[in-house]
Ligand binder design. Structure first.
Ligand code: PEP
Ligand code: MG
Length: 667
């Protein structure tokens, strides 16, 4: 039995309409399928249905086979033609939810002699002081088993999987039954619940278990595969569903492992986030405005967690080591991001000192606010652009509020790290264009993908490397993987029609890398021409962050439009001191004469060739070094937004000539 019709569902079969359609299909015993453009999927799978991307006015066929096939086809066609008739509003979740376990919260404080008195020491990763309650974030690691199942273990493993899925669904039902759940959140939870119950996803997982994989491995693989399918659809809404699939996969894995998720979204106002390690993406999407300070067992001053913390003016002490375990049971923590010190459950004397320093910092912030709208200039009238380093569009508002004169470094890694799949060319083009529009007429410098080292990406298969920082990262990986690099270059060419987009390459150590990239840009432009897609050429620059690039800077300067000195990596490579290793943190010092000489050599090569020389490493925001960088000839300093007002003040004090902001000056 089958019938065709034109879809009249206004939003298409996305989200809620897809949920309703699947619920209706499941109410019939018959096998039910929906066909669009020659592609057939089960009408009982919301994942497959969403992937079919059915839009309003599309022609589809509904096909059913079974005892109630006629009723099924009639009801489903009826819904597609008149979606507002016949279905109740309440959504799909009506079963009673079983009682839920208590959320995991830190235990009662246990005084620990090691954390009293002098306090603990770590790496001073983001300045500022803060005193606040502890929010312990120690999420479970999901480690798939390396062993295959024996044939007699398979049925038990499938039972375990079904129980885990049921537990996740029950938890989501309980959330949906809560009347306090906001409308937007309700839609998200309902969509997640549908995914957890999806028959094709569950079918894929069970098939892997029957091949001998343990349930956790099977869930991880099936979620990655489905997420990749969502990622490949030319539809930004559906691209974002990939995150939902990943989130559900993680929930099922945690249930299989008998663990609860600690949700960063519930962090209380002014809390100190204490973690052994935290992913840059997890921190970036946390409610940063509520986080008072960050303390981590791992990480160094130029790790990406430190960079995000500095961007948002959140004090951070990282690289505390195993001692972080003792902190998770404290009630309150005082964090000194200048000195890299932490006091668990501080006594009255320390509390008073911190309270006094917090109020002084507040006064300084107010005083610096006056510098936000000034354009700093050198004695000869040259504008020194004080720009922002950003990692996502969510940070634009804070950067503009801080007085950013454009973006000197847009790290594109988060775009790639936030999904298990590669971001599409369209999605990237939209992101870069949104960035360009937000800062026009100031320029935005987008850095091409810089992964490897401390920034792995799930969708890219990285080899195990003995020394990842000396390995296959940045431009090296991109040139070896044109299927990853070309969509990014094309997206940048498309965004360049806004006129203020520039592009720079990370980890350059050989001039050939620049020449090969230029050839690839030409190839991308020719392909866009053939496809009739609008684009514009962009200025290409390089980051100077390897000693090799410093030594060939005069030759590089003839090939590119600008230099941007990446002091985070340059320091670790010049000093041979790992930027993530707290034990060599003292050597990892940009002010060391060896690193300052490398910066000076770069500046001289750029100035002599007449190209712009800027800096986007964290040193660009250091008040003690800014005067020397300006003297060397740097005309752009790009930094964490929170450092911008003070940097402008330092430059303004160099030559007390301030003028009102005129964005046109800076282009
Ligand atoms: C640098 O190395 O200085 C830099 C800005 O890049 P990242 O910190 O992202 O490696
Ligand atoms: Mg770098």
């Amino acid at each position: 039995m089958e019938r065709s019709t034109i879809v009249r569902v206004h939003e298409g079969l996305h989200a809620r309409p897809a949920t309703r359609f699947v619920k209706l299909a499941k109410s019939f015993e018959s096998e039910v399928e929906i066909v669009k453009g020659g592609k057939t999927v089960s009408a009982k799978s919301s994942v497959k249905l969403m992937l079919l991307a059915v839009k309003e006015n599309d022609e589809v066929t509904v096909r059913a086979d079974g005892a109630d096939a006629i009723e099924a086809v009639e009801a489903l066609i009826g819904y597609l033609e008149n979606p507002h008739a016949g279905l109740e509003e309440s959504g799909a979740q009506s079963e009673a939810a079983p009682p839920q376990p208590e959320a995991v919260r830190p235990a009662e404080p246990a005084p620990d002699a090691a954390t009293e008195g002098e306090g603990l020491r770590g790496v001073a990763a983001s300045e500022g002081v803060h005193l606040g309650p502890v929010f312990a974030h120690f999420p479970a690691q999901i480690v798939p088993s390396a062993q295959s199942l024996l044939p007699d273990q398979i049925e038990t493993e499938i039972e375990r999987l079904r129980a885990a899925i049921a537990a996740v669904q029950a938890r989501m039902d309980a959330a949906l039954a809560d009347e306090g759940l906001a409308g937007g959140d309700r839609g998200i939870v309902a969509a997640l619940r549908d995914i957890a119950a999806d028959e094709t996803l569950v079918g894929d997982i069970e098939a892997s278990i029957r091949e001998g994989f343990d349930a956790v491995s099977a869930v991880v693989a099936a979620a990655a595969k489905t997420a990749a399918e969502f990622g490949n659809v030319e539809d930004t809404y559906l691209n974002a569903r990939a995150d939902d699939v990943e989130a559900v996969g993680r929930q099922i894995c945690l249930a299989l492992l008998g663990q609860d998720e600690v949700d960063l979204a519930s962090i209380q106002e002014g809390a100190v986030l204490v973690a052994e390690d935290i992913g840059a993406w997890d921190l970036a999407r946390a409610p940063l405005k509520r986080i008072g300070a960050v303390v981590c067992g791992k990480g160094g001053a130029t790790s990406h967690v430190a960079i995000i913390a500095r961007s948002h003016g959140i004090p951070a002490v990282l690289g505390v080591g195993d001692q972080v375990m003792a902190l998770k049971d404290a009630r309150e923590i005082a964090v000194d991001g200048h000195a890299g010190r932490i006091f668990a459950d501080p006594d009255q004397r320390i509390r008073a000192e911190f309270e006094q320093r917090m109020s002084a910092a507040e006064k300084e912030r107010a005083a610096l606010a006056g510098f936000q709208s000034f354009t700093p200039k050198r004695a000869d009238g040259t504008v020194i652009e004080v720009a922002a380093n950003l990692g996502s569009l969510e940070e634009i508002e804070a950067a503009k509020a801080a007085g950013a004169m454009g973006v000197g470094l847009f790290r594109t890694e988060l775009l790639f790290m936030r999904h298990m799949h590669l971001p599409s060319e369209d999605m990237q083009a939209e992101t870069y264009a949104a960035l360009a529009k937000a800062f026009a007429p100031y320029r935005v410098i987008v850095r091409t993908l810089d992964i490897g080292g401390d920034k792995p990406v799930t969708a890219i298969d990285f080899p195990e490397e003995e020394n990842p920082f000396l390995g296959w990262r940045g431009i090296r990986m991109c040139l070896d993987r044109p299927h990853i690099f070309k969509p990014q270059l094309k997206a940048l060419l498309r965004a360049a029609i806004h006129g203020n987009v520039k592009v720079m390459l990370p980890m350059v150590s050989d001039i050939e890398e620049v020449r090969r990239t230029k050839a690839l840009v030409d190839e991308c432009a020719a392909e866009l021409d053939l496809d009739g897609v609008a684009y514009a050429r962009f200025d290409l620059g390089v980051m100077i962050e390897t000693p090799a690039a410093v030594l060939v800077a005069p030759a590089l300067a003839k090939e590119v439009a600008f230099f941007s000195i990446g002091t985070n990596d340059l320091t670790q490579y010049v000093m041979a001191a790992d930027r993530l290793n707290p034990t060599v943190a003292a050597l990892n010092d940009v002010a060391n004469p060896a690193v300052m000489t490398a910066i000076e050599m770069t500046a001289r090569a750029g100035v002599e060739a007449g190209i712009m020389v800027g800096m986007c490493g964290e040193a660009a925001g250091r008040p003690d070094l800014i005067p020397r960088f300006v003297e060397m000839g740097l005309t752009e300093l790009s930094m964490s937004p929170a450092s911008i007002p003070r940097a402008k003040k330092v430059i303004a004090n160099l030559k007390a000539r301030r003028v009102e902001t005129d964005p046109g000056d800076a282009l």
